[in-house]
Design a protein. Structure first.
Length: 369
């Protein structure tokens, strides 16, 4: 809850306009099956935020991201909020679909790891934004906060099952350059989330996204059945030992109506998830930083891009990845992080051949400004 407006640049309320952002830069060294990839530096993201209080109860915020230098420039959020009450705020524009937690809470400085979770990039393609409108709100009851979001937006297109990846991919459909100006299916996609937070313990959220990804007919001529997709997600985070240990995770399940005539490499079901455990091992004054923290962390994650079975044999189809990442991070202040990560992963192909093992060593820095 509140991920869009929970950013440092919005703390200062002395002006009607606030500007901020964050950067992510890192080194990358990769080895796969003993073959070393070239060492490289990466400027993954430079993101700009701007917010304006137009009038009492009326706000505008946008997020513009420059990815990999200027390889991609994406307008990830640009919406107006009109508050009619704590439980009813209208939002319209380019909105971040509230599916899972990471999609809205994706800012680099918030995370202990250089890489985003596989499930939050290849299963649910963060950052997933769509044009639409809807309502969000929350209610406080002592230590408890209850919140919801519900939007109708443009949906996906046929690239979900017609792409260069050769698998069912919501991420491939996200690349459609026309998705902000036209709706491929001609029907609205629904995304909704319910969340409950205890101010002392943590938060749990349940979300769903559902709609059609093809129109079925054009100008009255039917060329296919109308085909749908549904994504279900659960996310949670908890704080233990006076914030000394944090646990956070997310699980997403995708259902896609795939034509029977398609290659079996395009699965009708996918699943993916991750769990992060972060522990603060040292908190001290360092130079002019009064509360510098040293954190250690571990992430476990798994994605299965095709949960179907082969028609001929009934055996399980492969195409999955599991990964473990260990990290050490220095936070001079809460809005800046220097992180060292080592990630090991194994990837199994469609036929279930012995997995390909890869390892990654990364040193990165991310900060709000």
């Amino acid at each position: 809850m509140d991920a869009v407006y929970s950013r440092p640049f919005l703390v200062d309320n002395t002006s009607t306009v606030a500007i901020g952002g964050y950067i992510e830069v890192n080194t990358q060294h990769e080895s796969s099956q003993g073959v070393q990839a070239p060492f490289t530096f990466q400027m993954r993201r430079t993101t700009l935020f701007a917010s304006s209080t137009i009038a009492p109860r009326i706000k505008f915020l946008f997020e513009l991201e420059f990815e990999n230098g200027v390889e991609e420039i994406n307008l990830e959020f640009a919406a107006v909020d009109i508050e009619f009450g704590r439980l009813a705020t209208m939002r319209a524009g380019i909105v971040m679909n509230p599916i899972g937690a990471f999609n809205q809470n994706h800012d680099g400085p918030r995370w202990e790891f250089v890489d985003r979770p596989l499930s939050a990039t290849t299963i649910v393609p963060s950052t997933l934004s769509s044009v639409g409108m809807g309502l969000h709100g929350k209610r406080n009851e002592g230590e408890w906060v209850f919140g919801y979001e519900a939007y109708l937006t443009n949906g996906f297109n046929g690239m979900i099952i017609d792409n260069e990846e050769g698998r069912t991919s919501l991420a491939a459909a996200k690349q459609d350059p026309l998705r902000f100006i036209q709706n491929p299916s001609g029907t609205a996609m629904f995304t909704g989330k319910l969340a409950v937070r205890n101010r002392t313990v943590g938060e749990i959220g349940f979300s769903a996204m559902s709609g059609n990804y093809n129109p079925g007919s054009v100008d009255g001529v039917t060329f296919d059945d109308v085909r749908s997709l549904t994504v279900l997600a659960i996310d949670a985070n908890a704080s233990l030992f006076n914030d000394g240990v944090r646990i956070q995770g997310e699980l997403s399940k995708v259902f896609v109506d795939v034509p029977d005539t398609y290659s079996q490499s395009y699965g009708s079901q996918q699943i993916g998830g991750y769990v992060d455990v972060i522990a603060t091992v040292l908190e001290t004054k360092m130079f002019e930083w009064n509360n510098a923290k040293l954190n250690v962390s571990v992430r476990g994650e798994y994605v299965d891009y095709n949960q179907d079975t082969f028609r001929e044999t009934g055996g399980s189809i492969g195409d999955d990845i599991w990964s473990v990442t260990a990290g050490v991070a220095l936070r001079p202040v809460g809005t800046t992080i220097i992180r060292l990560n080592y990630r090991y992963q194994e990837q199994t192909d469609l036929l279930g051949n012995p997995p390909v093992a890869s390892a990654f060593l990364q040193l990165g820095l991310s900060t709000y400004f």
